[in-house]
Unconditional design. Structure first.
Length: 338
């Protein structure tokens, strides 16, 4: 059944069927194992679930009004793609919603794989913002302990006053692994420059996510040229993604001519599937680029593949759009379990 058919469904016309106790138990177990309920971030929980001061903002959480908004449930279904195919099964239910100045913002689900965070959300407005809705200041989710993040945000219009969105971003931590992350989001306005429509308001969300556990394999394989040494340290397979960890070293004299040297990747398998092609990841350097540690993630491995081929491509840049050159290193082949 499509989302439109679901939204137009007349529940009074449904014919209910009797089911056995065994069938009821199967359904119960299926539902319980699919989704987790996210804890509201304990440090700022009140900001996400209470009326904010003397403003007109209204907040609610599942199970209440948010769970009764048909188009909010399973937002990920509006976004096709291999990277999202397991999101519905292994993501965590967030179920937070706030309304201010005629705009309701609702966070549906989220997942954290140790590198990337993906959040699905929905927006309902009293006005038609057109096809190009924008979120202003700050438009990114913030993660406690990170020094910023990078990623993508996609908003899709599904009716005159309804939109669904998908944030995928990588928080940049200076050190250590984070088995749990505290996330907050306080968008200031929604707008469309093309038709000069803008609605400011007070929306505030906070919640926590636990990292999806995976099967990690140590690699520690090094490839290099005369100026750059790259080491693939590990690869981790989770239910929603594949995460690679790496480090590199760049000669100081090379950095004098090229002040930024960071890797992007082409990742394929022996069946010809392409998982990444020129995409990088998050990382940190504590010595102005001489050494660099980072991670990047892509989708789950296609069934039947027996090898993963990871080719680092170093981008040596003058920065500020002044020019760059590519350094293709030898590919690293990972044998996969059949």
């Amino acid at each position: 059944m499509s989302m439109k058919e679901w939204m137009d469904l007349d529940v009074d016309q449904l014919q209910l069927l009797d089911v056995t106790d065994v069938e009821k138990e199967r359904v119960k177990q299926h539902v319980l194992k699919k989704r987790k309920k996210a804890p509201v971030w304990r440090k700022v929980a009140a900001a996400a679930v209470m009326i904010v001061g003397a403003t007109t903002a209204a907040s609610f959480t599942i199970p209440s009004v948010a769970s009764q908004i048909p188009f909010m449930d399973d937002v990920i279904r509006y976004f096709n793609g291999e990277d999202n195919k397991n999101f519905e099964t292994f993501s965590t239910d967030i179920g937070l919603a706030e309304t201010d100045n005629g705009v309701t913002v609702m966070i549906d689900n989220a997942v954290y794989d140790g590198t990337n965070i993906t959040v699905s959300y929905a927006i309902e407005t009293e006005k038609d913002f057109g096809e190009a809705m924008h979120i202003t200041g700050p438009n990114w989710f913030e993660v406690a302990g990170s020094k910023g993040s990078s990623g993508t945000n996609e908003i899709t219009k599904i009716s005159e006053t309804r939109y669904v969105g998908l944030f995928t971003f990588t928080p940049h931590f200076e050190d250590g692994e984070y088995p749990e992350v505290d996330i907050s989001w306080t968008p200031h306005a929604f707008s469309n420059i093309e038709n000069d429509k803008e609605v400011e308001g007070d929306w505030s969300f906070a919640f926590s996510l636990e990292r999806v556990e995976g099967d990690q394999k140590l690699v520690n394989e090094t490839v290099q040229d005369k100026n750059v040494t790259f080491t693939l340290k590990s690869i981790e397979f989770t239910d929603v993604s594949t995460v690679i960890g790496y480090e590199q070293a760049v000669k100081a004299e090379f950095l004098e001519n090229w002040p930024s040297v960071t890797p992007v990747f082409r990742v394929t398998d022996d069946l010809g599937h392409v998982y990444m092609d020129g995409t990088g990841g998050g990382g940190v350097s504590k010595d102005e680029g001489k050494t660099f540690e980072g991670t990047t993630a892509f989708g789950t491995i296609q069934e039947g593949a027996s090898q993963l081929i990871i080719q680092p491509i170093e981008i040596a840049s003058l920065m500020s759009g002044k020019g760059h050159e590519e350094i293709k290193l030898d590919p690293i082949v990972i044998e996969l379990k059949n």
